[in-house]
Write a protein that binds this ligand. Sequence first.
Ligand code: IDP
Ligand code: MG
Length: 154
Amino acid sequence: METTLVILKPSAVLHGYVGQIVQRFQQKGLVIRGMKMMQLGEPILREHYAHLTDRPFFPDLLKSMMASPVIVMALWGNDAVNVVRMMTGATNGRKAQPGTIRGDFSVSGQENIVHASDSADNAEIELKRFFSPDEIFDYQPSWLKYTYEPAEMK
Ligand code: IDP
Ligand code: MG
């Protein structure tokens, strides 16, 4: 089992899509182990998007990510990083498959509704970036036994 980081971006918050997107993750069987609203600022975004700071669209990306508070989520499950990336879809909403979050809620490369960690290593780094340890809760809802076979619960 692993935990991954999701950010519901201002494009989700300002459209009022938070509930629908949270519902998708819960319906899939992911456990919400942390969730809060926060206003992101330039320093944390420069760190989070360090791989993009040289790109021409970076100033617009910064503005877009600071346009409103965001919701950050810690989602727990078997292979959660890959499961959530599959649910998220391709970066550009116009290229994302229908049925994915970006495919169903976005027509943009930038305003693409969600961020999701892209590897287990990055998930660990990103969870620490947005959550303190006491904001992540270690609990197991009773429905897990109908969600996974025992061998999958590791
Ligand atoms: P990802 O979010 O699918 O992992 P990254 O390449 O890590 O994609 O880019 C981070 C974010 O930067 C994207 O989600 C999107 O908001 C923005 N972005 C990436 N590429 C472009 C682009 O070509 N134009 C505008 N915004 C972009
Ligand atoms: Mg990325």
